[in-house]
Design a protein around this ligand. Sequence first.
Ligand code: 5GP
Length: 115
Amino acid sequence: MAHDTIFDRILAGDIPADTVYEDEDVLAFRDINPQAPIHVLVVPKHRVERFADLADRSDAWIGRFFSTVSRIAGLLGLNENGYRVVINNGKDGQQSVEYLHAHILGGRGLSWPPG
Ligand code: 5GP
């Protein structure tokens, strides 16, 4: 069993988070070090370490996760002006927390390409 990450501890309620949405499958909360006026992390309650591990999950679970990310972005008021969804994977992807999460970034124009 992989070690506990900061997100395991947030999901367990051991560490507080600024929650913006919760259902039986995900918890979404504001990033502690926001890179945009709106920067929310969507974390599945079922532990998956990396995007690369998604092949172990069912298509229905993966579909629900992404449709929930889309819904949360809408709830955050980002549909009109747009936003970015980012999933960092592994060392080169600069993943710092080994627990799958989607970043929703919005509220300003975002540059491209990423560094
Ligand atoms: P990654 O680099 O793994 O894609 O993203 C991890 C994100 O988690 C970072 O943007 C970082 O700021 C955020 N983060 C790390 N620790 C905490 C925490 O304790 N609370 C919250 N809300 N965000 C955190």
